[in-house]
Write a protein that binds this ligand. Structure first.
Ligand code: WTA
Length: 632
């Protein structure tokens, strides 16, 4: 059943209804899904513990809602077109009934290996169809998946496996990325040296690299799939049972495992997908994210499949073999809704219009943006040249923790305004708070973006550490969920996201905590101490600037030290977190109480030479002059 709102007036009605009687509003939507047992209580919540339960007592399996439920009406419909990295590579497609069969086979194989409801499974895979099968097989048997983006290093992977105490890892021998092949099996092998909880690893033969297989641990995907039945009874899950863990960075400490649960996540991803993208029967949707990020979870896998959509999955990168690749794929599959990140738009903008205009993009109806603020220039380029001034740009603001899109236009229904994410989706009650926690009522004032009422796909906890969830999201302001973003609301009620107000840097739409990068740098033999800040970057949105205090006893030329520091970050986190600029310094500006004055370092990284505000609490003001002088 379609959950699609079809006019702006209907949106306004639904929004009012969702605020006035949220339980009735969400119940009506939830009833359109297949439940094995209805819920007894629609919502039970407080933001102080926090405790948030949606559809309590309800029993379901999400895979029955995204596969079995569709078989009678759309078994032969394509669920995914898979486009290979190579432009002349052999593409594949999979129908709903084929996907159902594959998922059942892997579910059976996983059960044979002894996996059961509640076990954690780590997925470290390329953008291939087997990744979707792996995700859904976990969900089918009630195992909790934790997908780790395959660009993370073996150390980062090991940390995540250990935090979740995963029993199984599903991976591939390698992956194709542009003109490179990356061996990921050896990364996993390295991680598993320090992951005692892992019993098996299932390996997809993706690049045929004939890796070494550890006989008591590694299993080929194609071997364990052989002879398995194409049906598999789905585990009966409570609405509030965990569906997955996804690690994400915050201001402090190691990345935390954001937990989403079965019922609420199902309802919200499906609802938001259909409304934001105005997906209609027969359309082809394409989200270019990687499944390792929340965008891939919610809008490649769960949202589209729940809605019975046909989507594209692309293995490769936007610039290979040339920067027209995205547009060529849009033409090839006659994509109707296209969803990508500002960083991709900004990098493709610089490549000229010849590689755009040679493709027929007339199928496009809605084009979307996610992950970071989209600047004016990129917005207009996207709107004019990709959307041909005919397609609404949906600038979707949301987070790993929110599970689904929170602020956005709904296709062509809503008014839009460049660089403004727009209005809250039904059910979402945003507010802007001042530093004291008072709601800002006036327009055009900047405030801390918070949400004052739960929606079905809000995070429930951080895995293994509920206090952390409480402290990070629910303690800054009593009774509000704190997003970590600053925002403004204009006179029309539209929200504009300014950016993070905490120590999180958003590089090409990827989140990193400054502390996490500092930790990786500090493991380096030359480093004594470091401070990492973000600075504006033309393509990536933000770049990473690291100030590193070097051990003066270790004499080495600075090029050697810098490459060694970069290596430490690549090893500790992954190449995606490499600093763009590293400045070797003799000390960091600190207050008398020993706190690093990041505000000053941020200004220096932005190119500021003076005007650092109040520096009277600095222990050694001369350090600042020295850092400014040698800044990059
Ligand atoms: C930022 C990605 C401006 C924001 C879905 C948020 C955005 C963080 C937008 C979450 C947008 C995401 N406009 N900023 N449309 N979308 N962000 O968890 O700072 O990877 O807090 O989720 O990205 O990043 P995450």
């Amino acid at each position: 059943m379609s959950l699609r709102i079809t006019s702006y007036e209907e949106y306004q009605d639904k929004y009012a209804q969702s605020v006035n009687s949220p339980e009735e509003f969400w119940s009506e939507i939830a009833e359109t899904f297949t439940w094995k047992q209805p819920w007894t209580k629609t919502l039970d919540w407080n933001f102080s513990e926090p405790k948030i339960k949606w559809f309590e007592g309800g029993k379901l399996n999400i895979t029955e809602n995204l596969l079995d439920r569709h078989l009678a009406t759309r078994g032969d419909q394509v669920a995914f077109y898979w486009e290979a990295n190579d432009i002349d590579g052999e593409g594949k497609s999979i129908t709903y009934s084929e996907l159902h069969a594959e998922v059942c086979k892997l579910s059976n194989a996983m059960r044979e290996l002894g996996l059961a409801k509640g076990d954690r499974v780590c997925i470290y895979m390329p953008m291939i169809l087997e990744s979707v099968v792996a995700i859904l097989a976990c969900a089918r048997i009630g195992a909790i998946h934790s997908i780790v983006f395959a660009g993370f290093s073996s150390n980062a992977l090991a940390d995540r496996i250990n935090d979740a105490q995963a029993k199984l890892v599903i991976t591939s021998d390698g992956l194709n990325r542009g003109n490179k092949q990356v061996d990921i099996k050896s990364m996993v092998d390295e991680s598993l040296l320090s992951c005692p909880s892992i019993e098996h690893s299932i390996v997809v033969d993706c690049i045929h690299s004939n890796p070494e297989m550890k006989s008591d641990r590694d299993l080929w995907y194609h071997d364990i799939m052989e002879g398995q039945s194409t049906t598999c009874e789905a585990e009966i899950m409570d609405a509030e049972d965990m569906l997955f863990i996804l690690y994400t960075s915050g201001s402090t400490g190691k990345p935390k495992g954001v937990v989403h649960t079965c019922g609420g996540y199902m309802v919200y991803t499906s609802y938001s997908f259909q409304n934001v993208f105005q997906y209609e029967e027969g359309d082809v949707f394409w989200c270019t994210a990687d499944i390792g990020w929340i965008t891939g979870h919610s809008y490649i896998v769960y949202g589209p499949l729940l809605a019975g959509a046909t989507s594209v999955i692309f293995e490769g990168i936007p610039t290979y073999p040339n920067p027209g690749r995205f547009w060529q794929i849009c033409e090839k599959y006659k994509v109707n809704q296209f969803y990508t990140a500002p960083t991709a738009i900004r990098s493709l903008m610089g490549c000229g219009l010849d590689v755009v205009n040679c493709y027929d993009l007339s199928s496009l109806k809605v084009i979307g943006s996610v992950g970071e603020p989209i600047n004016q220039e990129a917005w207009h380029w996207y709107h004019d040249n990709i959307g041909k001034k005919n397609c609404p740009v949906v600038d979707t603001w949301w987070q790993t923790e929110t599970g689904g899109i929170m602020l956005s236009g709904l296709g062509n229904l809503s008014p839009m305004h460049p660089t403004h994410a727009g209005y809250p989706l039904p059910g979402i009650q945003p507010v802007l708070l001042d530093a004291e926690g008072n709601e800002i009522i006036e327009n055009n004032q900047e405030g801390y973006l918070c949400i004052k009422f739960p929606w079905p796909s809000i995070l429930r906890t951080t895995y293994g550490d509920h206090d952390r969830c409480k402290n990070v999201y629910f303690s800054n302001y009593d009774n509000y969920y704190f997003t970590g973003d600053g925002a403004k609301r204009d006179e029309n009620g539209m929200y504009r996201i300014i950016g993070r107000v905490d120590d999180v840097i958003n590089v090409s739409g990827h989140r990193f905590g400054t502390a996490e990068i500092e930790d990786a740098i500090n493991t380096n033999q030359y480093a004594i101490e470091s401070a990492v800040v973000g600075y504006p970057h033309d393509i990536k949105g933000q770049g990473i600037y690291a100030y590193v205090v070097i051990d003066s006893n270790k004499i080495e030329d600075s090029a050697t030290i810098i490459s060694s520091l970069i290596e430490s970050v690549s090893t500790g986190i992954g190449k995606i977190a490499k600093p763009d600029k590293i400045q070797l310094v003799t000390g960091l500006p600190k207050t008398r109480s020993g706190k690093i004055m990041r505000r000053i370092l941020r200004k220096i990284a932005e190119g500021e030479k003076s005007n650092f505000g109040d520096t009277s609490t600095l222990l050694d003001p001369s350090l600042v002059e020295d850092i400014v002088e040698k800044s990059i």
